[in-house]
Design a binder for this molecule. Sequence first.
Ligand code: SF4
Length: 706
Amino acid sequence: MCHGVCQVLVQIQDGRVVKITGDKQSPTSRGYICPKGAASPELLYHPDRILHPLRRAGKRGENKWERISWDEALDEMAERLNRIKNESGSEYFAMLQGTGRPYTGFTQRFAHAFGTPNSTGVAHICYIPRVLASMITCGPLPICDVYGFGGEYPACVVIWGCNVTHTGASDGMCGGMVERALKRAKKIIVVDPRRIGPAKKADHWLQIRPGTDGALALAMINVIIKEDLIDHAFVDNYTEGFERLVEHISPYTPEWAQTITSIAAGDIRDAARTYATTSPACIQWGNAVDMSACNFHTARSILILRAITGNLDRPGGDVTWVHPKGVRMKSPFANLDFAGMQFLPPEKQDLRLDRKRFPMCLIVHPPSFWDSIITADPYRIRALWIMGSNPLLTMTRSLEIEKALSSLEYIVVSDFFLTPTAQYADLFLPASTWLERDDVVNMHKLWCVTAQRKVAQVGDTKDDREVMIQVARRLGLKAEFPWKDYRAFLDWQLEKTGVSFEEFCKKGILQGKMRYYKYKADGFPTASGKFEIYSEDLSLQGISPLPIYREPPLTPLSAPDAAKKFSLILIAGTKIRYFFHGEFRQIRSLRERNPDPLVEIHPATASSLGISEGDWVWIETPHGRVRMRARLFEGIAEGVVCAQYAWWFPEQGAPGYGWKKSSVNLLFGDMPYDPDTGSESLKSGLCRVYPASNEELSRNNSGIQK
Ligand code: SF4
C-alpha cells in the first residue's frame, strides 16, 4: 500500500477478507506489518467508500452527485479532453499526483502521450531531490544494505531525518528491516530534532536545530578529512575533485556548525569519528533532507560522507541493487523512458508552466502551478486530473489552491473517498485498493519485484492504471498505450523473464543476483565515470559544483524580525504512524489511536505558555492559525514544536469536512524556495502557540485568521 514492500498474508473467509498479517517467510519484510497494513480490511469495506463513478449534479461543493457508468464517465472525459486539445492545445490539460504510487509511471506517461508538459505533484519535497543529487553524483540512489547478501550487516547505522521504524516504510525499505539492522549494529547515530525511537538507544543522538542538516554534513566531512579517516583507495581511484573538496571544506569546522546546528562541536567530532571508523556503515536518510531550501546540497554532502569513508556499494554499506533480470520497469524512478518524455515534442516541453523557474524540478513546481491558474500567466489550464491526492491538505498555500480549484473548467478526481479536494470535482472516479489489484510491485528499483494478487472486488471500483489505459485508448493513444488492459501490461512487464503472472504469483518474488563494488568494473554512471565530489555539470548550470550550506529562509537567524513575534521553531510534514499522508482519518481502528491532530511541545515551553497536556492550542504564523491538541514531549528541544499534517475530519461531513481547522499547510505562504529543486523549508518555520478557549473554538469554526 505504501513504499515498504512488505509481504503479507491475507486471510479470506466466505469470500471476505478478514485479517492481514505479516509473512514471516518474506525476505523483504520478515513478518513485519504496520498498523495501516493490518487495517486494510476496514479500508476495503468502509461504508463511505465511493463504489461507482459520480458526476457532479449541483454547484461545486454542494455535494450533489449522480451515479453514472464507467462507459459514460470515460466517454465524457475523453470528449472533454479532446475538445480542450482541439480548441486550446494539449498543454491546457494537467495531471496531479500525490505521493509515489504504483501508477506513478503511468501518470507521467499519460500526460506526455496526451501532449502536455504539465504534471505536478510533491516531487520537489519528497525523495526526488535525493534521487537527483545521487544521479549527478554517483548514479542511482544508494540504499542501506540490511539484508546480508554479501555476508555482512551494517556495523554502524545512521538514521538521518527518517522515522522509518515508526512510520513503517521509506524509499522501498521496510521499517521492520531497519529495526533488525539496528538490533545487530554495534553503533547507532541518529540525526533528528526529536527523540525518535532509535534515538533512545543511540550512541550519538544529534538533536539538530531543524533545517540545518546541510551544515552538520559539511562539518562531519571536515572532521573525517582533517583526521584522515578517509578510505584512500576509494578516494584515489574512484572519485573526481577530492583535492578541491579538501580546500573547500576547511572553513566548515565543527565549531562553525555548532553555532548553526545547536550541536556541540565535540559531539559532531565524536559522531563523525564513529561513522568513519565503524565499518561497514549505512545511512538511512529521509524526508527531512528533502524538505529544505538546501536539500540538493545537503543530499550531495551526505553522499560524499558515504564515498570518502568507503561505504558505497560494499556489503553492509549503502548500495545500489541489481534488479531481477528481464523485468520491465514501469516507474520513472527506475526507467525514465517509461514516463514517455519521448512522446512530448520540444515545442510542447517549452510550454511548461514553470519552465524557467527551477532547473532541477522534474515536474511543474506546485506553487507556480497554482499561481498560473489564478493569474492565467503564462496561461490558465482548463482541465486537471487529480489522482490519489488531496492537495488542499497536502500542499502549502492551501487557500490559493482553493481559489485555483474554484476557477478551473473541468476537474476529475480519482480516489477512494470523497475528500475536501474531491468536492471540487466534475467527475469522481472510484479507485480500487491494493487488495483489489494484481501487480508486479516495483515502484523503487530494488533487488526484487514482489507479486500482488487481487483477492477482492468491492463495488465497481477500478485500478487507476486500467482507467488510464481505457481513457488513452478512447483518445486514440494506442501506440503509447498498446496494452488492451492492465493485465496485458503486467504480462508485458514479465515477458522477458519467461514467467507468467500466474507463476509469478506462486513464487511471490523474483530476485536479482546482487553484485557489490560494481564501480570497479563498470565505473559510476556519471559524466566522468567517477563519483563526482566536484561536478563540472553543476558548474556549467551555475550551481555550486561543491556542496554548500544555505540557512532556511524563516529561522531566528535568517528572519530575526519575524522571530520576535513568532518565536517558536515549527516542524511540519512529519509522518504519522497511523495515517498515510491525508488518508485514513475515517478508519476507526487507526483514528482511535490518534483521534485528534497533535502538536508536540517541550514541557518547559508549554508551562511558560500556560499550556497543559491535551489542551487545545492555536498554532499561528503570519499566514494563518490552526488548532491542535498539545502533546507534552521531553524529547523535543525547548522552543521547537512539531505539528502533525494533512488533518481533516471526514466525520464532520461535506463539503469541507472541517479541513480549515487543523491543516498545517494553512500556515505556509510563498517563501524563498531551494533555487535548484524548488523545495520548501517545511521543517523549519516560525510560529507562536497559545491556548485556545472552548468558547473561541466553538465560535471560530474555521482556523483561518488572515
Ligand atoms: S509499511 Fe506500508 S507496505 Fe508495509 S505494511 Fe505498512 S502500509 Fe503496508
